[in-house]
Design a protein around this ligand. Structure first.
Ligand code: SAM
Length: 212
């Protein structure tokens, strides 16, 4: 059974995508893409030899050695990009993800990313690299919200607020809960004076409501 987070990542992949799972770790996602999504071109790579050993064992268990080749590579360094058109880069920090995307050639049409931090910098910088967010998924698992975005080269005008908080998902309860958690994080960074001012203001608003 793979995690909900990995399943959400897979939901943004189409069967015809030619995928490189960069930082595949144990290759759970690559295997799932083959078995459940019908993807027929999958390359799994990692910078870490130990991770690849685990990936190899898992791939052998399901007899997909020929179907899912493994490669030791720092980002896209050793990858023949002509053979793929989609990257999955998940479970890493924004800085590492951006370093990897920087290596993309024009064959890469789509990237699916899940960063562990700094979504603002990630979204803003990816636009300068020519990748525009088209779809977003939010998933709550093991005490964390994970935000997963699919980017393509199709240009889209975005508002600044989207760089901070992602797509506005009017009918998605998870989205509001995620925003609420983000808001709490912002509040936690306030000094006691700022926090007192905020509380005072919201208290006054609350009182005023009765008269409005
Ligand atoms: C936390 S794991 C995430 C694994 C999987 N992608 C997931 O989302 O569950 C991060 C993986 O990325 C690999 N990694 C980190 N930097 C990398 C790089 N520059 N190129 C390739 N793999 C990298 C690590 O070795 C590790 O296996």
């Amino acid at each position: 059974m793979i995690s909900l987070r990995l399943k959400k990542i897979a939901s943004l992949i189409d069967p015809e995508d030619k995928v490189a799972d960069i930082g595949c770790d144990h290759a759970y996602l690559s295997i799932y893409l083959w078995q459940k999504k019908g993807c027929k071109t999958i390359l799994a790579s990692d910078i870490n030899q130990n991770a690849l050993e685990m990936a190899k064992k898992n791939i052998e268990k399901v007899h997909l050695e020929k179907e899912i080749p493994l490669l030791l590579s720092n980002g896209l360094e050793k990858i023949n990009q002509k053979k793929i058109d989609t990257l999955i880069i998940a479970g890493m920090g924004a800085h590492t993800i951006l370093e990897i995307v920087k290596q993309c050639t024009s064959s890469i049409k789509k990237i699916v990313v899940q960063s562990n931090n700094d979504l603002y910098t990630l979204r803003k910088t990816l636009k300068t690299y020519g990748f525009y967010a088209q779809k977003e998924e939010i998933v709550w698992e093991k005490g964390h919200y994970y935000v997963i975005d699919a980017y393509t080269r199709e240009k889209r005008k975005t508002k600044k607020v989207e760089d901070y908080f992602g797509f506005y998902q009017e009918k998605n309860k998870e989205y509001y809960l995620y925003l609420w958690k983000e808001y709490q994080t912002i509040l936690n960074k306030l000094t006691w004076k700022q926090a007192r001012k905020k509380v005072k203001l919201s208290y006054q608003k609350h009182l005023l409501k009765k008269y409005l």
